[in-house]
Write a protein that binds this ligand. Structure first.
Ligand SMILES: [Zn+2]
Ligand SMILES: [Zn+2]
Length: 244
């Protein structure tokens, strides 16, 4: 009788723990923000591998890559490390890229996908603009982002413009913020702070997750400011969903 009881208890425990792991295992083809907890916590994935696929001439600055790494180190629990590698891909020789274009570029060139222990993310840097005007970057799947090299170059590095590293870092970190589930797109809000007219974004104009950060409007704001960081409300959300 006693043994029987232990057996039942053990079965219940194993069912619960399987269920928990199963919830956090993710594919690479889901909606933006839906893998928030998989990125933030170390519950299932201990390591993160990011692959930057860039078109000729559009390799991000090394400092921008380091800034992205620092941002992720600050908020993600990945005890076995966060690695970023870069890979050149051919130009698609077009000036404007649509969402469908980005998806097919990714499926043709991406070589890092999730495995048992490692979560993988992909960032494409294209040599053109987005089909929607003045957009610097986009997160389009749970582990997929793109930034628009030509639009970044046109808005950085010149007179009365921020440095390329500052603009590039801000947009890379912003898009990754969406992948982490900010704001309210997979990472539950601790305090209500989603912008009323710009869903998925923070209502604080000094926060990395403010909507204007995604567009060329941010360029002039960055001249006198540092690379934007997330505010207290966004930080609380990440911490509440397994992040730090
Ligand atoms: Zn955004
Ligand atoms: Zn915020």
């Amino acid at each position: 009788m006693k043994l029987f009881k232990y057996f039942i208890l053990a079965s219940i425990l194993s069912v619960t723990s399987c269920k928990k792991n199963k919830d956090i295992i993710v594919d690479n083809n889901s909606s933006v923000g839906s893998s928030s907890e998989a990125f933030l916590s170390d519950e299932h994935y201990k390591k993160l591998d990011i692959q930057i696929l860039y078109m000729p001439g559009y390799l991000p600055n090394q400092n921008s890559i380091e800034n992205l790494k620092d941002f992720l180190f600050d908020h993600l629990n990945k005890p076995q490390g966060i690695n970023i590698t870069t890979k050149e891909i051919p130009s698609s020789t077009q000036s404007v890229y649509t969402l469908d274009n980005l998806k097919s570029i990714e499926s043709n060139h991406r070589t890092f996908y999730n495995d048992e222990n490692t979560l993988a993310a992909s960032i494409i840097v294209v040599d053109g603009k987005y089909s929607s005007e003045n957009v610097l970057g986009v997160a389009y799947k749970n582990t997929s982002m793109a930034i628009f090299g030509e639009t970044i170059n046109e808005n950085a590095g010149g007179l009365n413009q921020p440095s390329k590293t500052k603009l590039e870092s801000t947009i890379l970190n912003h898009e990754f913020g969406h992948v982490l589930g900010l704001v309210n797109i997979g990472c539950p809000m601790v305090v209500d702070h989603e912008a009323t007219n710009n869903s998925g974004h923070c209502n604080n104009e000094n926060c990395l997750m403010y909507y204007a950060v995604e567009t060329t409007d941010i360029a002039s704001f960055l001249i006198g400011n540092d690379i934007l960081t997330i505010d207290e409300n966004c930080k609380k959300d990440l911490q509440g969903n397994g992040g730090k």
